[in-house]
Write a protein that binds this ligand. Sequence first.
Ligand code: T3D
Length: 263
Amino acid sequence: MELPRYETLLVDADAGVLTVTLNRPDVLNAVNEQLSADLLDALRLAEREPAVRCLVLTGAGRGFCSGQDLRDRAGVGEVAYGESLRRRYNPIVLRLRTMEKPVIAAVNGVAAGAGCNLALAADLRVASDRATFIEVFARIGLIPDSGGTYHLPRLVGLAKAFELAYTAEPVDAAEALRIGLVNRVVPHDDLMPATLALARRLAEGPTRGYGLTKRGFNFALGATLEATLAYEADLQTIAGRTADHREGVTAFFEKRPPRFEGR
Ligand code: T3D
């Protein structure tokens, strides 16, 4: 697979895993116009390229992502936040949530504002023991955007979501694990080896089945039990027609591990 070169991202593909590294370390990978455009392009690539069976998102340097680049917001009069969110951030969050492949955030350091909420939009979060999460918006009089009002209460419950949004205080990695904000915490130096081991395992999995699972969870988060049961039956009809399903059943009877091809 030919990988594009980006001004603000590093991209690497190996063993079915596309690793996208936000690469503006001097500003803790703050999101400027170029980075949001580059990231959306990389997500489109991950979505359409069959060789990519798992996406990892991480940051260069000591930060994961510090949210919107505030240098583009200071002293410029009224900012068209709604326009910026609709054009730049919302499509990124939607791609992460609807891409029918596993998405893992490897949170290497501080994740603040939209940077925190990008991590929350991933399917799984592996955090370095140096990671912190800050719903920083209240410090500058804004609301948790980029999916924050949606994902935060669903992950940690409404009471904790209010606390994190109102106080805008940092949550360290151990607390993030305790409250369900992340899946795993690992020593800092193990972050990428541990994340890539998980990503490679998922990249060898039944990619169509994973994608349909994600579609099912997305649907169920806003649906009744009756509607969800009906939707599960539709999704299982599709999953049941995949080569990976046939391979899984065959492998079971042949008493060997399945060799999934993602189709
Ligand atoms: O379109 C739209 O605007 C709507 C979307 C909005 C979404 C949002 O994300 S709004 C929230 C924006 N982000 C923030 O408010 C966070 C700002 N940053 C911080 O509060 C702190 O930097 C952190 C808590 C993230 C980390 O603190 P610390 O002490 O570890 O690092 P630092 O010294 O503050 O930052 C290091 C450098 O990065 C520093 O530059 P310098 O002094 O070394 O030249 C700092 O200015 C720069 N930096 C950090 N975050 C940003 C940033 N520069 C521009 N924009 C940033 N967001």
